[in-house]
Design a protein around this ligand. Structure first.
Ligand SMILES: Nc1ncnc2c1ncn2[C@@H]1O[C@H](COP(=O)(O)OP(=O)(O)OP(=O)(O)O)[C@@H](O)[C@H]1O
Length: 292
């Protein structure tokens, strides 16, 4: 399911312009939306989910205009949304919670609900914990319950906002593998500020900054932005002062720094292979990147 966004602007009461003429085309499959805090990602997700009205611009999801009442209903029927802060009832079990949400979504048949919830618990690997209270669930398990509720109506479009924040490494990997699997036959829009999650799951991405797209394209294309600009410097002395330090690891009597800089940050600097994080830093480090 394709998403076509053009000239999208959202100005909140009080004057904050969270989206500033955003143009974006999202194809089927897994698509990453990267951006620092406050870039406008959540605002975009909420507009796509029909929860927030844009100030201007158009948003078509599968050809339906989410800003028109009829279009919004059509999109909401084909969309699953996992917000950053999904509230759950701690006293309900996972199964009861999903049953409650399914009822709210209009799945009236008890047997159909039971079957669907059983399938989803299997999908998110929570069958064994289905009858435990949510209050005792870990962050990763709650996120998986969140995905299960978003999938209840078998949506063609799944929107997930910062889903791995606060998860331990094992849960993060498990969660993003689940998302990749779900993207096999639907569009999954993954919004995050964790570059590694995008690097491991998406082929296409957009980078938002101050409400505008400053990059749209393939992951490899963003990686290549940093080619020739990534260096390692091993020194017992002070840290290199030029460029942006990506990491600092103790090495022998000194430190080994990884630096993104347009020119060698030190005479001893050695070139290194760029990663997506380097590409992101090279993009964001180039002053105020221009909208694309
Ligand atoms: N309800 C609101 N009223 C006023 N300003 C808001 C509101 N919601 C968000 N903003 C502002 O809009 C801008 C974009 O916020 P948004 O939450 O969309 O960014 P984000 O990229 O999702 O950031 P984060 O990663 O921190 O969630 C920020 O400056 C934020 O403070």
């Amino acid at each position: 399911m394709r998403i076509e966004i053009s000239g999208l602007t959202k100005t909140y009461r009080g004057g904050v312009r969270a989206l500033d003429g955003l143009d974006l085309d999202v194809p089927t499959g897994m698509y990453g939306l990267l951006g620092s805090n406050g870039a406008g990602k959540t605002t975009l997700m909420r507009i796509l989910a029909g929860l927030l009205k844009p100030t201007s611009g158009t948003v078509l999801v599968g050809g339906h205009d989410v800003t028109a009442p009829g279009g919004r209903l059509a999109v909401q029927r084909t969309l699953g949304y996992l917000p950053q802060d999904l509230g759950v009832y701690p006293d309900l079990t996972a199964r009861r919670f999903l049953d409650y949400i399914a009822l709210l979504k209009g799945l009236d048949s008890r047997s159909a609900r039971r079957r669907r919830i059983g399938e989803l618990l299997e999908t998110v690997a929570l069958t064994e914990d289905a009858d435990r209270r949510l209050g005792g669930f870990s962050g990763g398990m709650l996120r998986r319950v969140g995905i299960a509720q978003a999938l209840l109506a078998d949506p063609r479009l799944l929107i997930v906002d910062e889903p791995t924040t606060g998860l331990d490494p094992e849960e993060r990997i498990r969660f993003r593998t689940l998302l990749s699997r779900l993207a096999g036959d639907r569009t999954v829009l993954l919004s995050t500020h964790i570059v590694e999650d995008v690097a491991q799951t998406c082929r296409s991405i957009a980078v938002l900054a101050e409400g505008r797209a400053v990059f749209r394209g393939g992951v490899e294309e963003l990686v290549s932005r940093a080619r020739g600009q990534v260096w390692t410097v091993t020194t017992p002395g002070p840290a290199p002062s030029a460029g942006r330090i990506v990491s600092a690891v103790p090495d022998g009597a000194g430190m080994r720094y990884r630096v993104v800089a347009a020119v060698p940050p030190d005479p001893s600097a050695r070139p290194a292979e760029p990663s997506l994080e380097d590409g992101y830093l090279a993009l964001m480090g180039a002053g105020r990147p221009a909208a694309v």
